[in-house]
Design a protein around this ligand. Structure first.
Ligand SMILES: [Zn+2]
Length: 574
């Protein structure tokens, strides 16, 4: 939350000091720096869903179930240990943004209990000694590291960093090519891709400590992919450019590996690492992405343009949606290219929010487009991953490049960068008018960057008498000497697209308005109705309805997919 209060400023500066605890600076600096969580206020649709994530989910995690497998192994599931790290990551982001004291007390308690469960040799898993490093054990340590390293960055707690070092040392001792060391590829399912995704937090650990043995371990992981039984992640992507043809095409694990490769690229500057990741990203976007911004059926990538989306197809595992967002976000930060930000918007407004029950924060494992959502408060991988994705929203929304502050997602709120503070007033995505006000500046000339969505047919930005037109799918740059009190009036057409059903739904269409895919909610469409070309009209929600947006199109009543519970996105053509 942004405030001019001096006490608050001191807190932010303290935090900034703890957050810049990186010993190693990246060789490849990022072009886009997200606005710090602490400087933001978000309201509107995104703010409401983040509030539900805090109140409905994070504050209600089952702490004893999350922790008991560490204290008394074995855990009740092979992967039960992953949840505590995912919780800590989501809680840290959410606390930085909300400063909620209930969350802080809870996350301090959980972090302390986790650290206390670590064995003298650094082991922090949920397996009995005889079964160490089988099944999902390395994977669990990966999420320990992700959670504890974020906790260290957020709170400055040195014990969390020490616990992370002990994990890193244990992994580096245990796995490798020296006599007596184990093979990391043999330590997990999915051709070793699950265990080797520990690459991402091992790069972070190297950044935080400067210890070369952690960087050496990262290279060991990358090289292990090419051994005879390895998944050949980068080699296959270099040769084919296809995630479908890579290893066993398991989406969550493969994209987790690629997130780690981007981190290794940033810290080393080795360009040969980045090219296959960019190829994989384009392959997913062009051939395997659902219109709601997720990928995979039954947790695997499918062949080109095969996108079945009924209940039986187990579409868009929540973990896959969040990992796709994490990968896309990293590529946007590196390049500043609008095509990545376009996909952040698609995924956030559709699949990410669509997997969350807007009433209570429960989460879906799979989220079909034609079928019923089945949100649960239970413990599974996606119920732990989705809150991480939702907690990222402030980082995906706005920030700055070296040219000036940037607005990626249009949402009511305010944020601050080194260029100054901006406020945004809008009811987006309900309407396409947005007023951006300069609240304070650093006194220097800069170019404000506004994302012009690809789906709009008309985008203008007006400052006083100056009117600029934005080209869809680009960043509009407005370079001038800004002063406090300047305002920019943005008007974009919330264009309606009728999208053909492609290979999987040849006789159906879907309707998208602005960034939101719409759905025919079953309870609002008691009679089966087909799509015929009809203008979309906003109508009044029935009494007691939770969502704010309802549209009629001929006999059909449509709502955003993100609000729907039992619905059809693919609607038969008349
Ligand atoms: Zn999952």
């Amino acid at each position: 939350m942004y405030s001019g209060d001096m006490r608050y400023l001191a807190l932010v500066l303290t935090l900034a000091a703890s957050c810049s605890a990186e010993i190693v600076k990246d060789r490849i600096p990022e072009r886009f720096i997200p606005a710090a969580y602490e400087t933001q206020r978000m309201e509107g649709l995104l703010g409401e869903r983040m509030r539900v994530n805090l109140e409905g989910r994070l504050l209600h995690v089952d702490e004893s179930r999350l922790l008991k497998g560490f204290v008394n192994p074995p855990g009740e599931q092979d992967w039960i240990g992953e949840h505590v790290g995912k919780y800590l990551d989501a809680a840290c982001n959410t606390w930085r943004y909300t400063r909620d004291p209930r969350l802080k007390t809870q996350m301090d308690r959980i972090a302390a209990a986790l650290i206390a469960a670590q064995r003298a040799d650094g082991y922090l898993g949920t397996y009995v000694d005889a079964k160490r490093w089988t099944s999902w054990d390395v994977w669990v340590h990966k999420y320990d590291l992700i959670g504890l390293l974020n906790y260290y960055q957020t709170t400055g707690d040195k014990q969390a960093l020490e616990a992370s070092r002990h994990i890193g040392d244990l992994l580096a001792r245990t796995f490798g090519t020296e006599p007596g060391q184990r093979d990391i590829i043999a330590a997990s399912t999915h051709v070793g891709m699950a265990a080797s995704s520990v690459l991402e937090p091992m790069v972070t650990l190297y950044r935080m400590t400067g210890e070369k043995r952690y960087l050496d371990f990262c290279w060991y992981i990358v090289h292990s992919w090419d051994q005879p039984k390895g998944p050949k992640v980068l080699a296959t992507l270099r040769a084919t450019g296809s995630v479908f043809k890579t290893a066993n095409a398991k989406a969550y694990e493969m994209m987790s590996d690629l997130v780690g490769v981007v981190e290794l690229y940033k810290v080393t500057g080795d360009a040969s690492l980045l090219r296959p990741v960019v190829a994989a990203w384009h392959d997913v976007r062009d051939k395997r992405l659902y219109i709601t911004g997720t990928t995979s059926s039954k947790e695997h990538f499918l062949d080109d343009k095969v996108l079945p989306a009924d209940d039986k197809d187990s579409v868009g595992e929540g973990c896959v949606t969040v990992t796709w967002l994490q990968l896309t976000w990293r590529l946007f930060k590196l390049t500043g290219e609008a095509e990545y930000a376009e996909e952040l918007e698609r995924s956030v407004y559709n699949q990410l929010l669509g997997a969350q029950d807007p009433h209570n924060g429960n989460i879906c494992y799979f989220t079909p487009m034609n079928g019923k959502k089945k949100p649960t408060p239970g413990i599974n991988c996606c119920v732990s991953s989705e809150p991480r994705g939702i907690s990222m929203i402030p980082q995906l929304s706005w920030g700055a490049t070296e040219k000036g502050p940037s607005v990626l997602l249009y949402n009511e709120g305010e944020f601050k960068t080194t260029f100054g503070a901006l406020s945004v007033s809008t009811t987006y995505p309900r309407e396409g008018s947005v007023k951006i006000a300069v609240k304070e500046t650093n006194g220097k000339r800069y170019a404000l960057q506004l994302r012009v969505p690809k789906w709009t047919t008309s985008y203008t930005a007006t400052i006083g008498k100056q009117k600029l037109t934005g080209a869809p799918g680009t960043m509009l740059s407005i370079d001038r000497k800004w002063k406090a009190g300047d305002t920019i009036e943005v008007k974009m057409d919330m264009s309606v697209q009728v999208i053909p059903g492609g290979k999987s739904y040849p006789d159906a269409v879907a309707v998208q308005r602005g960034p939101q895919v719409l759905a025919a909610e079953d309870s609002l469409n008691p009679q089966p109705a087909a799509w015929r070309n009809a203008a979309l009209k906003e109508s009044a929600p029935p009494a007691g309805w939770t969502g704010k947006q309802i549209y009629s199109a001929g006999p059909l009543t449509l709502i955003p997919f993100s609000d729907a519970m039992s619905m059809k996105v693919w609607i038969a053509k008349q």
